[in-house]
Design a binder for this molecule. Structure first.
Ligand code: PHE
Length: 478
């Protein structure tokens, strides 16, 4: 019997799944905190420019190549030539690293959600620690491992259900729900006195960070670019994989605009929930990653009794967002193995494959779960400590903190930009824009703006990448 690889049941389902992949911790956590650290408005402007010039273009490239070849990231590159196998490995390695730290964080979000659920029933959900719970949780290894395990298991169960019955079904319900909860939180926050300062931070023109000696243009640029790749799930084959399950009838070009647009709108909305909330309740939003946990918990604490409900809704929303993203990453490696089995003439067992990969990835993520995010004195030592490097100067400054930073640096900082860069060069210079054009026209729709896309693949994306790598090198050598 021939194995059916599966297909999205509808374009709506595909869009929900793809937007679900894109919208995640990157939007609700990364976007506001990075914006907070790099000057608000200035970050926003660069981010938006990058979405238009690079995000939309790379998105179309990935979807087109995925659908044309009908394969996940490894199979897609192999369909062109055996010599591109390493591009497939870039995607798989990025998937391994991202999913491992992502699920640890997803587990933490789940823990906060459950904490607020308990509080709704009058039970203390945060072990008597109040807003100090974050610091406590990091050293509560049993708790953290348990949440990590549960989050990973949920991810696995959905992926086991398959593309149509698992991922599409879940996303089609979860994404609309996420949107409405987000609107509720935004409206509630907007009614709080003092919220206005948060909007001002986001939207009133101010480019003073560019002349800030501590930050400067390249730092803002690099941060916005990394955030853009991560947030749009680009450069590691995720959209290629999702594209490979899309029917030839569907309009690729339109989809490649809708996904980044929806992702950007949700990132902005998340900023409009988080920034004004912090402003209204006198909580700092420029302090970095603690924003999602420590700062937001403080906000809900200050809201009084209604805070438990809003807190629950908020973390529930983040939980959904994280889950629809984590499933897309597990799907990348699962599809790889499925395609591999098919190419060997075997019948793949999706359930077994996703189970084995979940276990492997869980193991890779253990250091992230056990190093207390680098807070010191934890069960697991930080990477630099393990390597016996006491030196903390230039060059090591970026990854000496914790395992999450190291995994994130390798994936978001290197693998994703490299993956997107090489794919763009291949499309722009080697395969030529016609690979994308022909695929876009497969459903009968004419490919619009061919010149624009060709120009972006050839020049804009590579130039932007060059700036990113330059900024990273500057960072690395202090
Ligand atoms: N885009 C997701 C987010 O913003 C993360 C992600 C990265 C998902 C890579 C899939 C692939 O949280």
């Amino acid at each position: 019997m021939e194995y059916k690889r599966g297909q999205w049941a509808s374009n709506f389902g595909f869009v929900m799944a793809a937007v679900g992949s894109a919208v995640g911790l990157g939007n609700i956590w990364g976007f506001p905190y990075k914006m907070g650290m790099t000057g608000g408005f200035a970050f926003l402007v660069i981010y938006l420019a990058l979405v238009v010039l690079v995000g939309v273009v790379v998105m179309l490239g990935e979807l087109a190549i995925g659908r044309k070849t009908g394969k996940g990231v490894m199979g897609a590159y192999l369909s062109f030539s055996k010599k591109y196998a390493w591009m497939g490995f870039i995607g798989l390695l990025a998937g391994f690293l991202i999913l491992s730290f992502y699920s640890v964080l997803g587990g933490m979000v789940m823990r906060y959600m459950l904490g607020y659920l308990l509080q709704l029933f009058g039970v203390d959900g945060f072990a008597g620690q109040g807003t100090g719970f974050f610091g406590f949780m990091l050293y509560d290894y049993g708790g953290i491992l348990f949440c990590y395990l549960v989050f990973m298991a949920l991810t696995m169960l959905i992926v086991m259900g398959g593309v149509e019955k698992g991922i599409e079904k879940f996303s089609s319900v979860a994404m609309p729900a996420l949107f409405f909860i987000l609107l509720f939180v935004i409206i509630y926050v907007a009614c709080q006195p003092g919220a206005i300062d948060g909007y001002k931070f986001m939207f009133s023109p101010d480019f003073s960070v560019f002349s800030d000696p501590e930050i400067g243009f390249f730092e803002v640029f690099k941060t916005a670019a990394g955030q853009m790749f991560f947030s749009l799930s680009l450069g590691m084959g995720c959209m290629m994989t999702y594209g490979s399950y899309l029917s030839k009838q569907e309009n690729l070009q339109k989809n490649a605009l809708i996904i980044p647009l929806a992702d950007t709108i949700i990132a902005l909305l998340a900023g409009m929930a988080v920034m004004p909330a912090c402003a209204a309740f006198n909580v700092e939003y420029t302090k970095g990653p603690g924003l999602l946990f420590v700062s937001m918990q403080t906000v809900f604490e200050n809201m009084g009794s209604f805070g438990n409900f809003v807190g629950f809704m908020f973390y529930f929303l983040v939980f959904i967002a994280a889950l629809t993203s984590s499933i897309s990453i597990l799907e990348v490696v699962t599809t790889f193995q499925i395609d591999h089995a098919i190419s060997k003439g075997k019948t793949p067992d999706r359930k077994k494959i996703s189970c084995i990969y979940s276990v492997l990835i869980f193991v890779v993520g253990l250091p992230v779960a056990l190093d207390a995010l680098g807070s010191g004195g934890a069960f697991m030592k930080a990477p630099y400590e393990m390597l016996g490097i006491a030196y903390k100067g230039p060059g090591f400054a970026m990854w000496n903190d914790c395992w999450l930073d190291l995994y994130d640096l390798i994936s978001e900082g290197v693998l994703m930009p490299v993956g997107a860069f090489i794919m763009s060069v291949l499309i722009g210079w080697v395969w030529k824009i016609d690979v994308v054009k022909d695929e876009c026209e497969a459903g009968g729709k004419k490919f619009a703006a061919k010149k624009y896309y060709a120009f972006c693949f050839k020049y804009v994306v590579p130039v932007v990448m060059a700036i990113i790598f330059y900024a990273q090198l500057m960072d690395f050598f202090g």
